[in-house]
Design a protein around this ligand. Structure first.
Ligand code: MG
Length: 379
């Protein structure tokens, strides 16, 4: 079996009135880059890339595709290293790693379909029978507004069965504290609550904010400072009683090595659509375990990203081990995204607040390509 064609697909949906903001920017549209790897025996594999879709498409089309045609798609490790080495001298972080991620995910999907096994089986097996989804939401629809819309949104998540919620902060310490206070009061004490600043603060600001947030029982404080500021992360971690999470903007095991060896975070959050695909995700998870630091996947994207993240989450080793295992928290973005909700016939149904694996081969995707046509951007 050989790779016969690499198809790159960019799809976009304008959000109109549904636009929303996090601490860095407004989201006016959802745009995704998907990769469909074709083989000469008819099998196909799907992957997705985080990041600027058109730019990453150009990297795949012009740099990686010529290297992939005619290759054995089962050679995921060999191919990963060749793609990485091709652009290593041009940078070892950035968009080409996101592009490699999409290809790697597609190859794992393909491998699973060929062998008629789910991807989690191929990467060590499901270490757990279910994962605990948390709702990522509580973005801002209007800056400077009161907490009422966010409280109503949070109530909706609880009613849907979520036992954990992550809310956006980073809009100024006073605003953050008042919003977190309102949300905690709304959801009660039994729901896990995490906060995510998307690197809006200096280390000093984040330390002060963390202390003010302690009384609201925050499970983790995500991306308090910019990803380049590893010393800042370490300062915040050392002086915060809330666990510090980060890593969604970090790429490859080399990048995570720096974060982990300085023990700059309590929790790492690699995103397999950005940090190097499913192959690299496993290396990052191993690195995290060597440092006895918890790993939870970051997930943000279409149904392909969700499924890829789920397989990674299912197969993450328990570390440290124990008779009673902590639940694997799994990120469920709840912001408007038709590509998450409609792209695949097979969704991620929640049952009693949990998500369970199934036995479908590969990533278990059933991409609705006819529906997708409507959103495709021209090549
Ligand atoms: Mg985040």
């Amino acid at each position: 079996m050989r790779i016969s064609r690499i198809e790159t697909i960019v799809a976009q949906h304008h959000l109109g009135e549904d636009k929303f903001a996090y601490s860095q920017a407004w989201y006016n549209s959802r745009t995704i880059l998907m990769v469909k790897v074709h083989t000469d025996v008819g099998h196909v594999g799907w992957g997705e890339s985080f990041g600027p879709a058109l730019a990453n498409r150009a990297i795949i089309d012009h740099v990686f595709t010529p290297m992939l045609i005619g290759r054995d798609p089962l050679d995921t490790g060999v191919i990963w290293e060749e793609l990485y080495n091709k652009l290593r001298d041009n940078g070892y972080k950035g968009m080409h790693i996101e592009a490699i991620s999409a290809i790697d995910i597609a190859l794992w999907d393909l491998k699973g379909k060929m062998l008629n096994l789910p991807v989690y089986k191929l990467i060590g097996g499901a270490r757990r029978e279910r994962v605990l989804p948390y709702a990522t939401g509580l973005y801002r629809r209007q800056l400077g507004a009161g907490p009422e819309p966010l409280c109503a949104e949070a109530t909706g998540y609880v009613e849907q069965g979520f036992r954990a919620i992550k809310m956006k902060i980073g809009f100024g310490p006073d605003d953050d504290v008042s919003m977190v206070k309102a949300i905690r009061r709304t959801i009660g004490s039994d729901i896990l609550l995490m906060v995510d600043a998307n690197h809006a603060y200096t280390a000093n600001e984040a330390i002060h904010l963390s202390r003010r947030l302690e009384e609201f029982d925050i499970f983790w404080f995500e991306e308090p400072v910019p990803p380049e500021d590893i010393d800042g992360y370490a300062e915040v971690k050392a002086r915060s009683r809330i666990s510090i999470a980060g890593g969604e903007a970090e790429l490859t095991s080399y990048g995570f090595h720096s974060l982990l060896e300085k023990r700059a975070v309590d929790i790492v959050q690699p995103d397999c659509c950005a940090s190097g695909g499913i192959s690299e995700f496993q290396k990052i998870a191993t690195l995290a375990s060597l440092h006895n630091i918890q790993c939870y996947p970051h997930v943000w994207g279409s149904a392909i990203a969700m499924k890829a993240g789920l397989h990674c989450a299912l197969a993450l080793p328990h570390y440290p081990g124990g008779l009673v295992q902590r639940p694997m928290l799994f990120e469920m973005d709840r912001t408007p995204n038709v590509f998450r909700e409609r792209l695949c016939a097979s969704g991620l149904p929640m049952k009693d607040g949990w998500i369970y694996p199934n036995e479908e081969p590969g990533l278990g995707l059933r991409v609705d390509e006819e529906w997708l046509e409507h959103y495709k951007l021209a090549d």
